[in-house]
Design a binder for this molecule. Structure first.
Ligand SMILES: Cc1cc2nc3c(=O)[nH]c(=O)nc-3n(C[C@H](O)[C@H](O)[C@H](O)COP(=O)(O)O)c2cc1C
Length: 207
């Protein structure tokens, strides 16, 4: 049974472009895979603490030597990493906030980027441990930043996610960007604006 991990990170819920597009991706993905399962991780509804010295100490301590307190400190990280391990495919919604990913996404990334769980340095060579996965990142930006079609300056979202998830071992990554959503605040018809992005998302979900 194929499993899709669906991650959202926009605080705007009903108004959010990235949430609407990830929702359309999931609907299309399910309709083409009736036996598929979807695991949902809403980062705006998940309480994720920043990593601290205790967390880092636990992460760099071999698992068999963990104290009960260290096990507790890593429990959320363990369960978020299990979600990544158990899904074959990911769809990840990302609103651009201040030229980068939203803070809830950075908190999640800090929990899932863990030595000897999602990456390793065996024999001095860096190796990503999340392999064989297929990821679609759906990004929404208020101004016009699209790395592939427009001036990429100040779009750190896609380059960052590509570098980070590449470090964790992913090679099959697609980025779909709805750029210039600010026009929706100035009278642009939402359905007309979203139509080409919905089509791109649906094509990718069927693939
Ligand atoms: C806190 C915040 C920071 C933002 N920073 C930027 C930015 O740096 N560049 C940009 O083009 N748009 C920026 N925007 C606009 C969002 O990228 C835009 O509204 C996008 O549609 C957000 O995705 P969403 O609709 O899924 O929430 C920002 C919006 C918010 C709420």
């Amino acid at each position: 049974m194929p499993t899709l991990l669906h991650v959202d990170s926009s605080p705007l819920y009903g108004q959010s472009v990235s949430r609407e597009l990830t929702g359309a991706f999931v609907a299309e993905w399910k309709s083409s895979r009736p036996d598929g399962a979807v695991v949902y991780r809403d980062l705006n509804a998940t309480s994720i603490p920043p990593i601290d010295a205790g967390w880092l100490g636990a992460a760099f301590t071999p698992r068999e030597a963990h104290s009960p307190e260290q096990q507790r400190l890593l429990a959320l990280s363990d369960s978020l990493i299990t979600e990544l391990e158990q899904a074959e495919e990911y769809v990840i919604g990302v609103p651009m906030h201040n030229y980068s990913v939203p803070s809830v996404m950075k908190l999640w990334i800090d929990q899932i980027t863990r030595i000897d769980k999602t990456f390793s340095y065996a024999n001095g060579a860096q190796k990503g441990l999340i392999i064989g996965k297929k990821a679609t990142f759906i990004i929404a930006t208020g101004s016009t930043h699209d790395r592939r079609t427009e001036a990429p300056s100040f779009n750190f979202v896609e380059t960052y996610l590509e570098a980070l998830f590449g470090f964790l071992g992913l090679t099959d990554m697609t980025f779909i960007t709805a750029t210039g959503t600010g026009v929706l605040n100035h009278g642009q018809d939402r359905n007309a604006f979203l139509a080409p992005h919905l089509q791109a998302v649906q094509v990718r979900a069927q693939a």
